[in-house]
Design a protein. Structure first.
Ligand code: F6P
Ligand code: MG
Length: 473
């Protein structure tokens, strides 16, 4: 069921697993404690306050156990069927301590465990402890959001005018646009948005491909976008009526925004007739999309002036007022809202949650754990997996030789699975596959790449990316 290759583990001091568990998780739990406490302080409901304080204590306890390398405790039953799966896995692993565990399982357990504190309460059941952070980051990506909104409007308008154009030049233009949109969507997953801001609409128009895109393309170590494009184009050219693309989402805010840009583009370009989005069902890896984040994004765009011109809590404290949006900017954002709201209302843009996405294991277990979901994905032309965690789950988060073919590393979801898969991933963890031989060595030898330390440090920062396709049909 799982890959035979050994997992990345929190005990390995050369892996990002160890650094995550030691340095990052305590910070994340502290953030959750602060957020909950803030909500306790601003509540005027005593029952809620009392419960909130208990949740804070539980989170503090979790942090203590992690930092003192205690055993992981079985999850308390909150009525959801995945609890049994988590606890069975824990037993199978011999109830280990925090620094002696497979990275993937321990990190999923961390978020699932936090969730039990909220789900077992009365007043905090649907509380998202990361919501503040998510919407604030979206607010602060305002320049890139506006730039993309303007480009999107131009493109959609132009595509409508160019619809009748045919011939090799028009074909090439379409393909370049597809690359462009997917690459914007890809880099939206990097925490560093600097690669995006230098792309301009003029560059796309030139069709030669922009310098900026070419530059960022150098950081894409594997690029299978051509194969994905061929699949979608073939389905369209064959006159297939229903052509679905699925996006297994990663982060809310700016990344969700670029996912919607890609979705809207695919629908407008006729490369898909429906786009199904797969969010998470509980607060997950801090920034992942919940259904409510989709609603929050749409409502921000529905009234962009009030969203961007109302000071955030931090700005209020610092007595700052955000610069006003120009009428043109507000109009461009409203255009996006109308497009997406229309697609959503007409059933072409759909959210479809499934609890499988927050299970503790990898996607190798999909056929065994969630047959219906697998069947559903089979009816899609292409399933796009966004981000680092989804890539870790596709490949099982094990120490593959980096030259292992992607199709092999995704096991049961590879050829013959009936699912066409495209992973858009900026590298933020050790696992990587599908590289030409010698690339890993070359990157390790570069400044900050890890060198002789034995660490694959180049793969931790989101600077490099892999875009891998597997034809499963
Ligand atoms: O930086 C490491 C990490 O937190 C991993 O634990 C996780 O896989 C990833 O980042 C989350 O990134 P993404 O949102 O791209 O999945
Ligand atoms: Mg994420």
């Amino acid at each position: 069921l799982d890959p035979k290759t050994p997992s990345y583990v929190t005990s390995d001091k050369t892996s990002f697993a160890y650094i995550s568990a030691r340095d990052r998780w305590p910070v994340i739990i502290t953030g959750a404690i602060d957020d909950t406490y803030r909500s306790v302080m601003s509540s005027n409901d005593t029952a809620k306050e009392e419960e909130g304080k208990k949740i804070v204590e539980e989170l503090a306890r979790l942090k203590y156990e992690l930092q003192h390398d205690r055993q992981l405790t079985p999850l308390r039953d909150d009525g959801q069927p995945d609890i049994t799966l988590y606890n069975q896995e824990l037993e199978k692993l011999g109830t280990p301590t925090w620094f002696n565990l497979p990275w993937l399982f321990s990190e999923c357990y961390l978020y699932r465990r936090m969730q039990t504190s909220f789900s077992l309460s009365t007043c905090w059941k649907n509380y998202d402890v990361f919501a503040r952070q998510k919407i604030n980051t979206f607010r602060s990506s305002r320049p890139a959001v506006i730039e993309l909104a303007s480009r999107y409007q131009d493109l959609v308008t132009q595509m409508a005018t160019d619809k009748s154009k045919t011939g090799p030049e028009a074909e090439e233009a379409q393909k370049i646009l597809f690359y462009e949109m997917c690459e914007i969507c890809l880099w939206g997953n990097a925490t560093d948005l600097s690669l995006l801001t230098s792309l301009t609409y003029e560059d796309i128009q030139k069709l030669q491909g922009s310098e900026a895109r070419k530059n960022s393309e150098k950081n894409i170590l594997v690029n299978d976008l051509g194969a994905a494009y061929d699949v979608l184009k073939k389905a369209r050219d064959e006159g297939k009526k229903e052509r679905r693309v699925d996006i297994v989402l990663d982060n809310a805010g700016f990344e969700l925004y670029v996912d919607l840009i890609l979705a809207g583009y695919l629908l407008s370009a006729g490369l898909a007739t429906t786009v199904v989005l797969h969010p998470k069902s509980m607060p997950w890896f801090v920034s992942d999309v919940l259904p409510a984040d989709f609603a929050a994004l749409l409502s921000a765009l529905a009234s962009p002036k009030s969203f961007y011109e109302t000071p955030s809590e931090d700005e209020e404290r610092q007595n700052k007022t955000p610069a006003p949006l120009s009428d043109k900017e507000a109009e461009q954002l409203s255009f996006l809202f109308q497009e997406w709201a229309r697609f959503h209302a007409e059933g072409q843009l759909i959210m479809r949650p499934n609890r499988f996405w927050t299970h503790g294991g990898s996607f190798w277990r999909l056929p065994a754990e969630e047959k219906e979901l697998l069947e559903d994905l089979k009816s899609s032309e292409l399933v796009i997996f966004k981000g680092d965690l989804n890539y870790r789950k596709l490949t099982g988060d094990v120490a593959w030789d980096p030259a292992t073919p992607f199709t092999e590393a995704i096991g049961p979801l590879g050829p013959g699975s009936g699912v066409n898969i495209l992973a858009l991933r900026t590298c933020k963890a050790d696992v990587v596959v599908g590289l030409d031989s010698g690339i890993d060595e070359k990157l390790r030898a570069m400044e900050g790449g890890g060198g002789a330390s034995g660490k694959r440090e180049w793969a931790w920062s989101g600077k490099w990316a892999v875009v891998s396709f597997s034809g499963g049909k």
